[in-house]
Ligand binder design. Structure first.
Ligand code: GSH
Length: 258
């Protein structure tokens, strides 16, 4: 059986879980960011990142590569459109979700994580910079969507990649404006009505209760893993000095293939 090095809350793992469920592929989950599974995860992925997929001993890492592998392995139902231009567009939306949406949401949400009880305040202007960039991207999504259907016509990896990030906006106080974003709001409702999406949302909720309900914290609660795009956005918005202090204080880990 397929084995997923997973984390209930990771948007990248959520994308892969949605694709696995949509393709009807059963899989075993390992809560691989739990501290007691760290060594297993590093054996599968030296960068110690989820998701990683183990298909009978063959390991694939990086969510977009896992989705591409699953599409080749089990082409039906497809998560890439048949038309070459729509396929390219779907991959491009996936990349925007994985790089831009993830980076901004990650960087401004740290102070609200249930794992890390930080006593400091975000650097001045960080939340506002993130909010402004996210609102800009919500406008881009609104313009791209039609009145019905999905980002690239049929349901595709574009939708599965974007959806987990969009669920994170409300807790950040970044709301759809029914007047400004009617198509995005309708798309979100459409996504939430899909059975695979509902099942995964139930799973995320159940895991939040299980993992954060007790005093014992299964995950890292001091250090933050800072991957490329997440650092890049901070630097692009002028918060490099704050990040250097994090690094020097030993609160920042930078993943490496080595
Ligand atoms: N490019 C990778 C990014 C994966 C990633 O950033 N995973 C995060 C969780 S969202 C992670 O495993 N971080 C390690 C940690 O927090 O310990 C992918 O698409 O799979």
């Amino acid at each position: 059986m397929l084995k997923l090095y997973d984390n209930p809350f990771s948007p990248f793992a959520r994308k892969v879980r949605l694709v696995l469920a949509y393709k009807g592929l059963p899989f075993e989950r390992i809560d691989a960011l739990a501290l007691d599974r760290h060594d297993d995860l590093v054996r599968a992925n030296p960068r110690a990142e989820v998701p990683a997929l183990d298909d009978d001993g063959f390991i694939v890492v990086n969510s977009s590569h896992i989705v591409a592998y699953l599409e080749d392995r089990t082409p039906s139902p497809p998560v890439l459109p048949g038309d070459p231009k729509q396929r390219a567009a779907a991959r491009s939306w996936e990349r925007m979700a994985d790089s831009l949406l993830d980076a901004v949401i990650h960087d401004i949400s740290i102070w609200g994580w249930p794992t890390h009880h930080r006593e400091d305040r975000p650097p001045e202007g960080l939340y506002e910079a993130g909010r402004s960039d996210l609102l800009g991207f919500m406008g881009t999504m609104e313009s791209a969507l039609g009145g019905e259907g999905f980002f690239c016509g049929e349901l595709s990896v574009a939708d599965f990649a974007i959806f987990p990030h969009v669920t994170a906006l409300k807790p950040l106080g970044i709301l759809f404006d029914a007047a400004a974003h009617p198509k995005l709001a309708a798309w979100f409702r459409r996504m939430r009505s899909l059975e695979v999406v509902q099942d995964d949302l139930e799973y995320v909720k159940a895991m939040a209760l299980e993992k954060f309900g007790s005093a014992a914290m299964p995950y890292e609660s001091e250090k933050i893993v800072w991957r490329g795009d997440r650092i890049e956005w901070l630097f692009a918005r002028g918060f490099h000095a704050w990040w250097m202090v994090e690094l020097e204080a030993g609160r920042a880990i930078v993943p490496s293939w080595l």
